[in-house]
Design a protein around this ligand. Structure first.
Ligand code: UD1
Length: 367
């Protein structure tokens, strides 16, 4: 059989840890004589070393075959640029499947461009839903899944969502979580960032904070009270805050931020997860971070009203607090009293998802 070509799409920071184990599995398979070839396509949605390049280096991801270099822009501008440029790539050489991961603008844009050229679409992390249409990621998930052929899912909840939407069982592949493959593969390599000693951080005696959702960070009237509540909730312990570029813009306008909140640059993968692993707790509005804290057994407070990853709450260490600052004080009290829930790891988050995906791709593309 002639080789089948799989496009692997990545564009923004949370994509890179999801593609790394898939690429590793492709290479392991190729060395044993598999018939799949892959083409790694970086859309360039994230382009800074801190948001992109460092992840390639640390996770051993090979240089992309193609970089669409779309750069910053509004969501519509980025979507249009990615579609236009990826369409050219496909017209130049069609792939047999376009494999997209996660829920960023690049995920949706490439899925549309591919399916319109009758190129099959596979979605890794398909089927999850927050139900919140104010999140751009939710729109990306819904659009992508509406034109996906093969779903690679992380949870039973995702499977149920897809079945409810009428997706046939033979298109749903419950494979687990590639982000967790990356975490487990790198657990022994996690390294303290250079500032760990400089800030006087002690294992189990500091917090990690990440905030980047437009709802939380685009206005100072929302962000400032949240930071006040986090600063006082932490009871004098340091709160390490790696600042996303979007958040940095609003922070510049806020005066009087609590002194125990310590701003640092966006961290590379090994440093960020070292910080998380050894934190007393994490406060976040990310989705992916709630999965990592669940696997590491670190308490997590999520500043959102919904989650597309409910198993981090029902099984893991995550609690959804909503976005009102008043919700933080009681959560910190529970934590400091030692009563935070223990949690367990969801099924198939076992570090073997990448090879499962490649095995299924071999099967479906041979059919
Ligand atoms: C995107 C994803 C979000 C993900 C997040 C992680 C979408 C809709 N959202 O949001 O799901 O959790 O990435 O970071 O795809 N910027 C830089 N350098 C970069 C990239 C961006 O300075 O390398 C700036 C942009 O100019 C912009 C801001 O950061 O001002 C936001 O970037 P953007 O790609 O629009 O979306 P994110 O908020 O990062």
């Amino acid at each position: 059989m002639s080789a089948r070509l799989v496009d692997i799409i990545a564009g923004a920071r949370p994509n890179f840890m999801k593609i790394a184990p898939i690429i590793r599995a492709f290479e392991a398979r190729a060395s044993r004589g598999g018939h799949l070839e892959y083409r790694l396509i970086h859309t360039g949605q994230h382009y800074d070393a801190k948001m992109s390049g460092d992840f390639f280096t640390q996770l051993g991801i090979p240089a992309p075959h193609i970089n669409l270099e779309v750069g910053s822009g509004t969501q519509a501008e980025q979507t249009a640029a990615i579609m236009t440029r990826y369409e050219k790539v496909l017209l130049d050489r069609r792939s047999d499947i376009c494999l997209v991961v996660g829920d960023v603008t690049s995920t949706m844009a490439c899925a549309i461009a591919a399916q319109k050229l009758w190129v099959r679409v596979g979605h890794v992390e398909g089927g999850i839903r927050s139900g919140d249409w104010t999140m751009p990621e939710e729109i990306n998930r819904m659009v992508t899944d509406s034109i996906t052929n093969d779903f690679f899912t992380t949870s039973e909840v995702a499977n149920a969502n897809l079945r409810r939407a009428g997706v046939a069982d033979d298109r749903i592949h419950f494979v687990g979580n590639t982000m967790i493959d990356t975490l487990l593969a790198n657990m022994a390599r996690l390294t303290p960032p250079a500032f760990f000693g400089e800030l006087g951080l002690k294992v189990g005696e500091y917090f990690v904070l990440t905030l980047h959702r437009p709802n939380n960070v685009d206005g100072q009237s929302t962000l400032a009270p949240l930071l006040d509540a986090i600063g006082s909730g932490a009871r004098g312990l340091p709160v390490v805050f790696p600042v996303h570029p979007r958040t940095a813009k609003t922070l510049k306008e806020i005066a009087g931020i609590p002194a125990n909140i310590r701003f640092v640059d966006p961290q590379a993968y090994l440093e960020f997860n070292y910080l998380v692993k050894h934190a007393k707790a994490v406060i976040t509005d990310s989705g992916g971070v709630t999965e990592e804290t669940t696997v590491m057994g670190v308490p997590c407070m999520t500043l959102r009203t919904s989650t597309e990853r409910p198993e981090t709450v029902t099984m893991g260490t995550n609690e959804l607090l909503g976005t009102r600052p008043e919700a933080l004080a009681p959560a910190f009290s529970t934590l400091f009293s030692g009563a935070w829930k223990q949690g367990k790891i969801p099924p198939l988050w076992d570090g073997k998802t990448g090879p499962r995906i490649v095995e299924i791709l071999e099967r479906v593309l041979a059919a």
